[in-house]
Design a protein around this ligand. Structure first.
Ligand code: 6CS
Ligand code: FE
Length: 307
């Protein structure tokens, strides 16, 4: 069995910083040729900050359809007891539903939509597959937050993604406001990998999807990162979206307003970066969190309007 070099050590006895050795916008002959959905200015912003917002990735009508689908999913009695459904720490309200692209025809079509796949292919410089999808409901009144973390730190340690060649798109299904627990990202933090201290416990996902412990930065590291990068709050109406690099340091606060902050979150990984064995965990996570089917996503009819 070939051993894959661990370029980004993490979850050892102490925190360790490693400079990123991967491109942010990956080169790729076939994708560069296409005019593609991004402008040169978009790609420069993404390279610099590690994220990019799109004001209207989907229409408000589509967002309404997706909200109705989320309501259907979270009220499906069979799904309620399925391990893809994660409830809030303080109540039995739904916090997240995973693998929506396989359990819902509506979201299965979304991940094949050219407005998403074309953008992901251009950023990753290759064909792409869905590593993970989830709906984060973040209900009103008692919607809990997501502590600071780098997704790649988890996807490298626990899912075995070797390189930083994955991108997430978070599409707002409800208004993401300054008050209701919207996504916060540290601009530029994607260029440094923070290897976290502390080994991954067995079956970590059974608690981490509700409240992450392993793979979170120390207060000291966090203060240093904020001092260097600052914090950007990503707000926008239903239909807006944030594309962010897998290694951005990000998080979101809790939601105590009556207004839910629901997003659908899709992770595209390059087919050249398929998951191997976990780099810092006793076992693989289940496939509903970390796909092991690396079949490239085929775009559906909806393609990106040429800019
Ligand atoms: O563990 C994971 O894969 C998930 N956890 C968080 C907090 N963000 C990325 C991902 O959805
Ligand atoms: Fe995350």
């Amino acid at each position: 069995m070939t051993t894959v070099t661990d370029l980004y050590p993490t979850r050892g006895s102490a925190e360790v910083v490693t400079e990123r050795s991967d491109p942010v916008v990956w080169p790729g002959r076939e994708v560069e040729a296409a005019a593609g959905p991004w402008t040169a200015a978009d790609l420069a912003t993404y390279e610099r900050d590690g994220f990019l917002t799109v004001d209207r990735l989907i229409t408000s009508g589509e967002a309404g359809t997706f909200r109705a689908e989320v309501e259907r999913l979270i009220h499906d009695p069979a799904l309620r007891t399925d391990e893809r459904t994660v409830t809030e720490p303080g109540s039995d309200e739904v916090r997240s539903v995973f693998e929506v692209h396989r359990i819902s025809d509506v979201f299965a079509r979304l991940v094949r939509d050219g407005r998403l796949v074309d953008r992901a292919r251009r950023l990753l410089g290759s064909e792409v597959y869905v590593h993970q999808s989830r709906v984060n409901v973040k209900p009103g009144y008692r919607g809990s937050g997501f502590y600071w973390h780098s997704d790649f730190e988890t996807w490298h340690a626990e899912d075995g993604l070797p390189r930083m060649r994955a991108v997430s798109v978070s599409i707002a299904l409800t208004g993401n406001d300054v008050t209701n627990g919207s996504l916060m990202i540290m601009p530029g933090s994607h260029r440094t990998f923070l290897g976290c201290a502390g080994a991954t416990p067995p079956d970590n996902y059974k608690t981490s999807l509700r409240m992450q412990e392993a793979g979170t930065p120390s207060d000291r590291a966090l203060a240093r990162l904020v001092d260097e990068h600052g914090i950007r709050l990503l707000t926008g109406p239903a239909g807006s979206a944030t594309w962010f690099d897998c290694n951005c340091m990000h998080g979101s606060g809790s939601n105590i307003t009556p207004l839910p902050r629901s997003n659908v979150f899709i992770v595209f990984n390059s087919v050249e970066n398929a998951a191997v064995e976990p780099f810092a965990a006793p076992a693989r996570r289940p496939e509903f969190i970390a796909a092991r089917d690396f079949t490239p996503v085929r775009s559906s009819a909806v393609t990106t309007p040429r800019l």
